[in-house]
Design a protein around this ligand. Sequence first.
Ligand SMILES: NC(=O)c1ccc[n+]([C@@H]2O[C@H](COP(=O)([O-])OP(=O)(O)OC[C@H]3O[C@@H](n4cnc5c(N)ncnc54)[C@H](O)[C@@H]3O)[C@@H](O)[C@H]2O)c1
Ligand SMILES: O=c1ccn([C@@H]2O[C@H](COP(=O)(O)OP(=O)(O)O[C@H]3O[C@H](CO)[C@@H](O)[C@H](O)[C@H]3O)[C@@H](O)[C@H]2O)c(=O)[nH]1
Length: 350
Amino acid sequence: MPTVLIPGGAGFIGSHTVLALQAAGFDTVVFDNLSNGHRDAVTAGAFVKGDIRDAAALDRVFEEHRIDAVIHFAALIEAGVSVRDPLAFYDNNVSGTLCLLEAMRRHAVRTLVFSSTAAVYGNAGTAAITETDEKKPINPYAHGKRMVEHVLDDMARAEGLRAIALRYFNAAGADPEGRLGERHDPETHLIPLVIQAAMGQRPCIKIFGTDYDTPDGTCIRDYIHVSDLAEAHVLALKRLLSQDETGSDTSQNRGSFDAFNLGNGQGYSVRQVIDTVRSVTGQSFRTEESGRRPGDPARLVANAGRAADILGWRPRFNALEDIVRHAWAYASGRDGTGCGNGTHNSGAMP
Ligand SMILES: NC(=O)c1ccc[n+]([C@@H]2O[C@H](COP(=O)([O-])OP(=O)(O)OC[C@H]3O[C@@H](n4cnc5c(N)ncnc54)[C@H](O)[C@@H]3O)[C@@H](O)[C@H]2O)c1
Ligand SMILES: O=c1ccn([C@@H]2O[C@H](COP(=O)(O)OP(=O)(O)O[C@H]3O[C@H](CO)[C@@H](O)[C@H](O)[C@H]3O)[C@@H](O)[C@H]2O)c(=O)[nH]1
């Protein structure tokens, strides 16, 4: 089976994707500087500690492993932080990706799946977002992701790169079998933070902005289960590899660039997420209304019809309750309190 290099594979989405790739029979090599990931989250395949901005380290990986394709997750991820420190984000996420692309070129690897984001659309309207909608990023993190999409598109035309950008909406949840979950430190994502409040690990949950132009005044997001995202990567990779084999769409030397939204098509406000965590966990905790967080669009909800039609992607865990239940089971299991067990028995979830 093909061998896949996975920069950022020790992180949240990358580590779940390693599980999905292994289950689909791929060999995997995770390459991660562990700035925000965990060595023990890489549960299978090879692991190499390294930074995508280090060309020599990348060369060693490409020389030591026969890499057929790359799935690239490595990035700084907090949009709010990118507003305060844009250079760090452009350096890590844009320069780092250019360094990776140069290494791929040196080693004649031309198949890439790239982690993009719903944030490239900026302040979208109220309709579900399609891939052709206008891209107007409103923070440096999203600008950087969009820049990389342009680079991939240009390289596809110029030199035969075959790339797919997956624009995830809000990744959440945890492996249904409890093997992996979300472990950012510091944690900034809403669902794990609300769960920490439910576990009594933080005094309250802050609601960032109650004056948005949304029905309850708080931001709306489309939360997508991390295992469903992982599956989409396997499908995207298979599509690119089958194009490679057949030379379909184009002549052998020409490349392709495509982008797919990955979300459930269902928007939940910050207050609705908090209510869901309360009902799933049965725990009570305080909320505190606070000012807007810089760089936050009001509403991001996906139309993921293209991923369904072209990749054959069918999310399995599209109920917010399931996403929260898996995240709760994982977090309470790690905490050792087992306080998630009242609502969830360990083992596979529906
Ligand atoms: N979590 C989300 O909701 C979300 C939504 C849209 C897009 N994304 C994108 O998906 C990808 C993965 O996100 P995640 O939530 O798993 O984040 P994460 O922080 O858990 O994982 C990112 C991984 O990349 C590694 N990394 C960062 N910079 C690196 C570098 N220079 N060299 C090598 N490794 C490096 C980190 O150590 C970490 O393990 C990112 O590209 C992110 O921008 C995430
Ligand atoms: O303590 C908190 C944390 C978050 N929020 C709000 O909750 C919503 C979701 O925030 P968060 O979970 O941090 O995710 P996003 O900022 O929407 O960003 C995620 O989703 C984007 C795609 O939609 C990705 O690009 C980013 O990498 C990923 O971090 C936002 O309105 C936040 O303002 C709060 O009100 N209180």
